[in-house]
Design a protein around this ligand. Structure first.
Ligand code: MEV
Length: 424
């Protein structure tokens, strides 16, 4: 059986790592992963294209999500993210991996209705005509309807106070199945606007999806066996309680919560980007959701179970798709989806939220013990070495020296390179 636990992957060359993926991807998909997006394809994706902008794509190892082995493609520029997620997935694996699930893929389409003569009456009229409106909405996208998606509900909200006075807001709840859903939802609300105007006597102004996708949630949970937490001079209890105290800081303080959630998004966005999904939508949804109770707080929770094991959970909106948009056009995104073997948007969302939880744990574990700089520095030192002009074998040697000297700075790197030059 294939295992996402591949010891020594880190120390292999890029070519060797790619050959290890041959068990997971067909030769064509492997080729697509390697070659990536062509300039000509990019030219069809956005406007005024002049070049491609690349990111490193690393593989998150050791992930088990709902008892399935998963190799996770992660596109990210920051050192330690892939290593951190992989390491924490290994700890979680010892406790059975990640258990994740999703709610239905229901997105919200908003219509802002202005100049309504009688707001309470218009609200009631809309609710009375709900079935008719939903029926009309169901005819808008026959393909989605055939796949089991389409309109699910209609909500009417009265916004009493705003800078322009009161108005109505209509929410169309729309099941978008395996799509991210922006196109489907935006089309639906644009098409429904006329009928809403007839019913309310008002004017439909904005017609657009909401990125606060709080009906499309993904949740992950993991248990880290207590014994797995001990390292160096830190006892398991010390690490566990340190992680819980670190989480409590984020739960109570928005300044810390922003950074805590940023750490979660390091993992989430890396997979969202690797699969060609809209990371701005995911970011917007995550942070709005974190503030849903009026105070910005942590998206995750950390505590202990009756046996003293560390237990983590993460819940957040996850509007990702596996059909449409860049997920299908971008060869790397297609290969990324194949690598994970996902056959639905829900499965993808479950993996992403698990990676977010692992990433959060990596940050908290480091912060609660040795601090994050030690782990960061090794990789950061390599980047500094390259920036200073090191090449080939010089890169590792220079990075090692910078870390040993505890001075990972470009001026020092350049000075060492100059010293080596004169030694020759
Ligand atoms: C850095 O990219 C992410 C962290 O700041 C997250 C955190 O503080 O929890 C390490």
């Amino acid at each position: 059986m294939k295992s996402s636990r591949i010891p020594g992957f880190y120390n292999r060359s890029v070519q060797e790592r790619l050959s290890l993926l041959a068990d997971w991807l067909s030769p064509d998909d492997l080729e697509a992963l390697k070659s990536g997006l062509a300039l000509e394809q990019a030219d069809h994706m956005i406007e005024n294209v002049v070049a491609l902008h690349s990111l490193p794509l690393g593989i998150g190892l050791n992930f088990m999500v709902n008892e399935r082995e998963v190799l996770v493609p992660m596109a990210v520029e920051e050192p330690s993210v892939v290593a951190g997620a992989s390491f924490m997935a290994r700890l979680a694996r010892a406790g059975g991996g990640f258990t994740a699930h999703c709610t239905a893929p229901e997105m919200i389409g908003q219509m802002q209705v202005l100049q309504v003569p009688d707001l309470p009456a218009a609200r009631l009229a809309l609710l009375e005509h709900k079935e008719k409106l939903l029926q009309q909405a169901a005819g808008i996208d026959p393909v989605l309807q055939r796949l089991g998606g389409g309109p699910r509900d209609l909500e009417v909200r009265l916004v009493e106070q705003s800078p322009i006075g009161p108005f109505l807001v209509v929410h169309l709840i729309y099941d978008v199945r395996d799509a991210m859903g922006a196109n489907a939802v935006n089309t639906a609300v644009e098409r429904l606007a006329g009928e809403v105007e007839t019913i309310t006597g008002g004017r439909v102004h904005l017609r657009i999806l909401s990125n606060l996708a709080d009906r499309r949630l993904a949740r992950a949970r993991c248990t880290i066996p207590l014994a797995e937490l001990a390292f160096d001079d830190y006892s398991a209890e010390e690490v566990r309680d340190g992680i819980i105290a670190a989480w409590a800081f984020a739960a109570a303080d928005p300044y810390r919560a922003a950074t805590h959630n940023k750490g979660i998004m390091n993992g989430v966005d890396a997979v969202v980007i690797a699969t060609g999904n809209d990371w701005r939508a995911i970011e917007a949804g995550a942070h709005a959701y974190a503030a849903r109770n009026g105070r910005y707080t942590s998206l995750s929770t950390w505590g202990k179970d009756a046996q003293g094991n560390l237990v983590g959970t993460l819940e957040m909106p996850m509007a990702v798709g596996i059909v449409g948009g860049a997920t299908r056009v971008h060869p790397t995104a297609r290969a990324a989806l194949k690598l994970m073997g996902v056959s639905s948007a829900a499965e993808l969302a479950e993996i992403i939220v698990s990676v977010g939880l692992a990433q959060n744990l990596a940050a908290l574990r480091a912060l609660a013990t040795e601090g994050i700089q030690r782990g960061h520095m090794n990789l950061h030192a390599r980047q500094v070495a390259i920036a200073a002009g090191a090449q080939g074998e010089q890169i590792e040697r220079l990075a090692r020296q910078l870390v040993e000297e505890k001075t990972v700075r470009i001026d020092r790197a350049e000075a060492i390179l100059r010293e080596w030059q004169t030694e020759k």
